[in-house]
Design a protein around this ligand. Structure first.
Ligand code: SF4
Length: 104
């Protein structure tokens, strides 16, 4: 099962908001782990056994793109390409009210 920000916060972090990871709170750190793929071991206070089990789950959800930050421009371009390849173009000029110029 994928690990959410709340899962990371509740199951793995000690919730002291010490800032040793470079973030001002454990919740902010958990958010960066889930969305930006920040290494969970950047928190030095995580139980090593718990860390190993979390790493496996995080690797899987990163590979699946679950909750990670996405490149919206890349996603839009991919959608447009897929859409363009499935469009019927033979009657396009009629549908948009244009005129087909066959000089080219
Ligand atoms: S180092 Fe760990 S305990 Fe300290 S703020 Fe970061 S996540 Fe929380």
């Amino acid at each position: 099962m994928a690990l959410s920000v709340v899962d990371i916060y509740q199951k793995f972090l000690n919730k002291t908001n010490c800032g040793d990871c470079g973030y001002s709170s454990c919740l902010a750190f958990a958010s960066m782990v889930v969305s930006e793929q920040l290494p969970l071991q950047n928190c030095p206070y995580i139980d090593p056994e718990k860390l190993e089990s979390a790493k496996k789950e995080l690797e899987k959800q990163y590979a699946d793109g679950k909750w990670t930050r996405r490149d919206m421009a890349s996603d839009a371009l991919q959608w447009a390409r897929q859409r363009a390849t499935s469009m019927e173009m033979t009657d396009l000029q009629q549908r948009i009210g244009g005129v087909l110029n066959r000089r080219c």
